[in-house]
Every structure is written in C-alpha cells, then in structure tokens.
Write a protein that binds this ligand. Structure first.
Ligand SMILES: Cc1ncc(COP(=O)(O)O)c(C=O)c1O
Length: 481
C-alpha cells in the first residue's frame, strides 16, 4: 500500500500511544473536528485497547527477536498501541488471542476478498497439503487452470508469480524486452508493490522517488515517467517521444484513497498507447472488486496484459499475469534474441502444486456471479447507511465505490487525481476512527478508510461498522471546543 511508504513511522516495538501516519490537520470546512478533540479521544481509546488486549500485549512484548517487533514491519504501522494478534480468521470474522471477535472489512488488504478460508478453498488446500506443496513441475490441474484464467479474463497466455509485486516486476521486464524500450510510465499515487520502477510520484508537478525508501541505488526517475491520473494531455505529452515500453496502471487508483477514472479516460489511454506502440499493463490486484472479470471485464478494457494478485488464490501467496497472443509472440522473440542464460524472471515456488490447487478453487467456486451479487448488495447497503450518518453530522464527505470496495474520503467530491485525494487526508482522524471501531469489534483497512465486502459479510457486520462510525463522530462533535 502506498501509505506504508508515504508515512511509515519509526518506533520501538512497544509503544503506548496511538500512531499517526502523516499530518494531523487543523479543522477545515470539510473536517470540522479539532486536533485536541481527536487526540484526547485517541488517547482514551488507546488506553481502552491496551486494557482489552492483555494477550496481544504480552505477545508483542515477547516479539523481541523480530526486527521491529513483527515479522513484517508494516504490522507495526496499524494505528494501535501494539499489534492485534489473531487466533482465527474465518469468513468475514477475526478472533484475536484475547477471544474478542471482529467483523473484518480489511480482509487481509484484499487477499481474503472472498472470505477467510472459505469452504471450497479449505477443502482443496487440505487435500493438496496431504499430497505435496511444491515440486517445480506442473500438477494434474495446471492445464485446466490455464484454460480457466484465459476464459475468465480474456487473455491468451498466463504465468504465475508468488506475489503481485513479483508479477508486476516480471511483466515490466517482459514489456521492456518485447518493445526494446527502457522507459515505463505510471500514475501519481500508484502502488504496485515492492517494485522500484513504480516508486515514483509527482512533487509540485515534478517526478521524484517516493521518499523514505531504504537501500535504493538507482535513480528511478531516469527510467520511469509519472503523470497525474485522468490527465490525458499530460499522458499524451509523456508518451509522445515514442520511447515508453509500457504504462502500468490500476484501472482506478486504490492506494491513495480511491480515485476513479473519468468516463473517457480509459478509451484515451488505450488510444494513446496504441498510437505510439506502448504496451498497456493493467494491475487488477485490488480492482478485482469491480466484478468477476475485474475492472477490465466490467468496463470492456482491452489491455495487452493484466496482473492479478492477492485474492486470486484466496490468500495463498500467488499472483498471475496474462498477456495477449500478440504480446506472447513478441515475448518469445525477445527471449530468443536474448540468447542462452537466465531470463531473470521467475521464482522457485511459483506455479507450485499448492498455488494451482488454490487457483483452481478460487476460479471455480469463489469468483462467481452469485458471490459478487452479494458483495455488491452489502456495499450498496453500506453506502446508503453511511450517507445517512454523514447527513446527520452535516458532513459533505465522499464515499467512492468500486464494486465491493469503498473508501470514505474527507472531501466534498470524488477526487480526480492523487493530489486531490491527498487534500483530504487526515492521519489523526483516520487513526482515531480505526482504533475506535476496533475497540467496538470492527476492523477497517488501515491507512485509509477502506471497507471491503466479502460474500460472508453480513448486514449485521455492516450495521456494526456504521454504528461505530456514527458513535465516533458523535463523540467528536460533542467534545469541548
Ligand atoms: C494494486 C496493487 N498491486 C500490487 C500490489 C502488491 O501486492 P503484494 O504486496 O501482494 O506483492 C498491491 C498491494 O497492495 C496493490 O495494491
């Protein structure tokens, strides 16, 4: 997630206070709550969290052999005094080690979009676990999974990677090889994983490497161009020299709040890339929320290639990338031209027996019209109820929706660029809302207000989220000014 990079704080493994990723803001026309009120309520909620989670606290205290106190330092970035340790994740529910249940709207940051350990996946994985996990050879179902991917997403040729970061990195290499061009283009506010080529942003209209990165040795602005999302003229100018191998983009930005495309943006993007021989690579890792064929299928996009990570294997580490027949032909040619040696693409566990079992279960039993109908229904219910709450509190905030995924933004209209989305960020309020909800049994996606609905999400879960938000805003509005 972009926010990890943008606002990661440095702190010792055990800290007592809530953590803010980025700026706290003085009240504005759109966000009327004073910093003092947000801080006071956050401190009270942090104390409540500490009191309610003695086992999580003890485990955090014991985690001294994890660098940063957690196996992945991002886990320390939740706005909590110490990480919540999970005993069980099932359907749309989490249970922590203190026995407290939660309605989960983070869903592993999309990996569990179809619910945690749904029955079809559990069954398939249990069978496979007893029959081998990884052989660096195809499984009996591998051919069928290739057919299923091609049918589902409309691209002819597929490969497997183990993370979406890897899949994006590999696809960029193939794109450079196939076109013989060095430059790639991304949109400001993008996040495509731990991929150096994409860690670029606009600062006052100029490209710069995303701040805060450690150990980077190349100047990515030399080979990556970055333009604002929805800015067709900037895109035209950046592509005009005819030296861009590929545009890598999410069809809607989902890692800087949410930024939806203008109605004609994707048509222009496809037309402009075609004109200059630039490949169009669509990263559907988060936007699979838009429908069973992703945003691409739902809105009739025609990319040269597509990446899908996370939910595509229900949370088993796996990502897939697919390309058109034409691009596959160019990839073969480039490979031949490279001569004997190593492609530099691929990892040992990719295409494993376990991944194939997980992909098969997801494609046959989880990515179904019926599941999406249920997920969309829950989102519609949530959207309606959030509007009621916002009206009650006289707030003009925006709820951006992409199928099963929605994002509450503290601005009065849907942002068209990452900069517009950032104008509404308020790290203090965001952290407070998450901590407040968590103390009341609701987990929202950290670092932004994203709520994702799974087929297992119940209306009661949605009500708990809306009631928690309402209560938090009520307390804030009643705080002394
Ligand atoms: C759009 C998009 N692509 C790729 C990734 C990277 O996924 P992973 O961390 O599983 O490699 C992410 C992660 O949030 C993402 O949002």
């Amino acid at each position: 997630m972009w926010f990890f990079c943008a606002f990661t704080r440095i702190r010792p493994p055990q800290a007592a206070a809530p953590v803010y990723h980025g700026r706290m803001r003085e009240p504005t026309k759109h966000q009327p709550y004073p910093i003092a009120a947000i801080k006071a309520l956050s401190e009270r909620e942090a104390a409540l969290y500490t009191q309610q989670h003695p086992r999580s606290a003890a485990l955090a205290a014991r985690s001294t052999h994890w660098f940063t106190g957690a196996p992945l330092h991002w886990m320390q970035d939740w706005p909590l005094p110490f990480p919540l340790a999970i005993a069980k994740a099932q359907g749309a529910r989490l249970t922590d080690v203190d026995g407290r249940p939660y309605a989960d709207f983070c869903l592993g940051d999309t990996a569990a979009m179809f619910g945690h350990s749904p029955a079809a996946l559990t069954e398939a994985l249990s069978l496979q676990v007893a029959q081998g996990l990884s052989a660096m050879l195809p499984a009996a179902a591998t051919a069928e999974v290739g057919e299923l991917l091609a049918r589902q997403f409309g691209l002819a040729q597929w490969q497997i990677a183990t993370t979406a970061s890897d899949a994006n990195r590999f696809l960029l290499r193939w794109a450079r090889a196939a076109t013989g061009r060095e430059i790639v283009l991304v949109f400001d506010g993008c996040y495509h994983g731990a991929v150096d080529d994409t860690q670029v942003e606009l600062a006052n209209g100029h490209p710069q490497a995303i701040p805060g990165q450690v150990g980077r040795v190349t100047d990515v602005t030399r080979t990556t161009r970055v333009v604002a999302f929805n800015d067709v003229e900037a895109l035209r100018a950046a592509l005009a020299p005819g030296d861009v191998a590929a545009v890598l983009c999410e069809p809607a930005l989902t890692n800087c709040g949410m930024v939806l495309p203008d109605p004609d943006f994707h048509a222009a993007l496809r037309e402009l890339t075609h004109q200059v021989g630039t490949l169009l690579l669509i990263d559907e890792t988060h936007t699979l929320s838009a429908g069973p064929q992703g945003y691409t299928g739902a809105f009739g996009l025609k990319p040269d290639a597509m990446v899908i990570g996370k939910a595509i294997a229900g949370g088993v580490p796996c990502a897939v990338y697919g390309v058109t027949e034409a691009l596959a032909g160019r990839m073969y040619q480039a490979w031949q031209a490279a001569g004997p040696g190593r492609t530099g693409i691929g990892t040992t566990l990719s295409g494993s027996l376990l991944q194939i079992a997980a992909l098969h279960a997801t494609l046959t039993a989880l990515i179904t019209e019926a599941h999406y109908a249920r997920m969309f229904d829950r989102t519609a219910h949530y959207a309606g109820r959030v509007r009621e709450v916002l009206d009650r509190h006289a707030l003009d905030w925006t709820l951006s929706v992409l199928g099963a995924r929605s994002e509450l933004q503290y601005i009065d209209r849907a942002p068209r660029t990452a900069q517009e989305a950032a104008s509404g960020f308020d790290a203090g309020l965001e952290a407070l809302i998450q901590l407040y909800l968590l103390n009341r049994g609701v987990v929202l996606t950290p670092f932004h207000n994203m709520a994702l609905m799974s087929p297992a999400t119940s209306l009661d879960d949605v009500e708990a989220l809306v009631d928690g938000l309402d209560a938090c805003l009520t307390e804030l509005s009643e705080a002394p000014r």
